[in-house]
Design a binder for this molecule. Structure first.
Ligand SMILES: Nc1ncnc2c1ncn2[C@@H]1O[C@H](COP(=O)(O)OP(=O)(O)OP(=O)(O)O)[C@@H](O)[C@H]1O
Length: 239
């Protein structure tokens, strides 16, 4: 079976800063994978490269076998990315935003799935509300919804629960778990390590543009008996 994500020796500099210092990583289809690391470790840079938004200096990235540079359209279609930053078009309401996003992927008549996403993210009552009237947490929900409109087999969530209330967090994880159960591959970055511990089957720890630990969550935890993932994280970072 082809890997959901295949990353080989990716290097990216910003001026003299080496944001990615040779990252290789393979994520199997159906995994719930955690990409963790302190601020500035390179997680968002890696995700941006995977989404084809940023060109690496060297190395290759593939989504379900499709190279993100040479086969950009297909790779992008297979990927749903929830970005960290709140970017949205203030002129449209929630439903319009999701219809437009569907249109980018050539999907018309997507309202049944849009309704289901809205329901699961508790956005149904906001469907006709203009984007600029939504609270920060609501906007984040719309970003999640936007990433899912084309039912991508690989879903990347870059800190999806930052600034989000408890109720949505629980609702979001329930929904994402369901999608994972239906076969979608999930890649999650978060600073809430207890969420990663509860959700992720396998975890990569990044530091200064490198992967410094990569294992199942169970194995990582077993190496530090009695500790939480936060303990594992802190010890690994300080090694
Ligand atoms: N467009 C850019 N121009 C210059 N430097 C950048 C740019 N984007 C990221 N960097 C730098 O690259 C490094 C990696 O940043 P990145 O955003 O990938 O980290 P991160 O692991 O996602 O951090 P966080 O947890 O804070 O989101 C940082 O030192 C950052 O300042």
């Amino acid at each position: 079976m082809v890997a959901a994500v295949s990353i080989i020796d990716v290097v990216k500099h910003f001026g003299s800063l080496k944001a990615l210092a040779g990252v290789s990583l393979e994520i199997e289809q159906g995994e719930f994978f955690g990409l963790l690391g302190p601020n500035g470790a390179g997680k968002t840079t890696l995700i941006s490269a995977l989404a084809g938004l940023l060109r690496p200096d060297s190395g290759s990235l593939k989504v379900l076998g499709h190279d993100v540079v040479t086969d950009f359209r297909e790779a992008r279609r297979l990927l749903g990315v929830v970005p960290q930053e709140l970017v949205f078009d203030p002129f449209f309401n929630v439903r319009e935003t999701l219809r437009i996003q569907s249109g980018y992927f050539g999907i018309r008549k997507n309202d049944d799935w849009i309704d289901e996403i809205l329901e699961n993210l508790d956005l149904t009552s906001k469907a006709e509300v203009n984007m600029r009237r939504l609270s920060g947490g609501m906007k984040r929900r719309v970003l999640v919804a936007q990433a899912l409109v084309h039912k991508p087999p690989v879903i990347v969530l870059d800190e999806p629960t930052a600034g989000v209330d408890v109720e949505l967090r629980q609702g979001l994880w329930q929904f994402v778990r369901r999608l994972n159960g239906e076969g979608h591959t999930i890649i999650l970055t978060t600073h809430y390590l207890e969420e990663a511990e509860a959700l992720c089957g396998r975890i990569a720890l990044m530091k200064q543009g490198r992967i410094i630990a990569l294992d199942t969550t169970a194995n990582l935890m077993a190496a530090h008996p009695g500790g939480t993932l936060e303990d594992v994280f802190v010890r690994t970072m300080n090694q």
